[in-house]
Design a protein around this ligand. Structure first.
Ligand code: HEM
Length: 89
């Protein structure tokens, strides 16, 4: 189950907390073994450019409701936000 990857506290401390600074790069998001994602390098590059550009353009970006849980799309395969309210100061 892809959605259970990275939820093992023996491998990833406090696994349910989003930690953008985590240093453990032994991840399963791009699969494992002979079918490891062929687009992993491109995917990482795109994410770095997209998130970097967003933060460069809107450096004051923060969560509009930091004490509320964001809403997630239902689905057994991929976890994704339904929406995320942000404010720019
Ligand atoms: C964030 C973006 C992406 C994620 C999270 C992702 C995730 C994955 C995962 C988990 C697998 C393994 C599936 C399995 O074991 O059955 C996979 C395989 C694959 N991915 Fe990606 N992928 C991403 C982007 C891309 C891109 C951009 C490309 C191509 C330009 C790509 C091409 C492939 C191919 C061809 C395979 C099959 C490899 C094989 O079976 O030998 N992926 N991907």
């Amino acid at each position: 189950m892809l959605s259970s990857a990275h939820r093992d506290p023996r491998q990833f401390p406090d696994p349910h907390r989003f930690g953008i600074g985590r240093r453990n790069t032994d991840l399963l998001a791009f699969g494992h073994g002979p079918h490891y994602c062929l687009g992993a390098v491109l995917g990482r590059l795109e994410a770095r450019i997209a998130v970097g550009s967003l933060l460069d353009r809107l450096p004051g970006l923060s969560l509009a409701h930091p004490d509320e849980d964001p809403s997630w799309r239902p689905g057994p395969i991929f976890r994704g936000l339904a929406h995320l309210s942000l404010i720019h100061t």
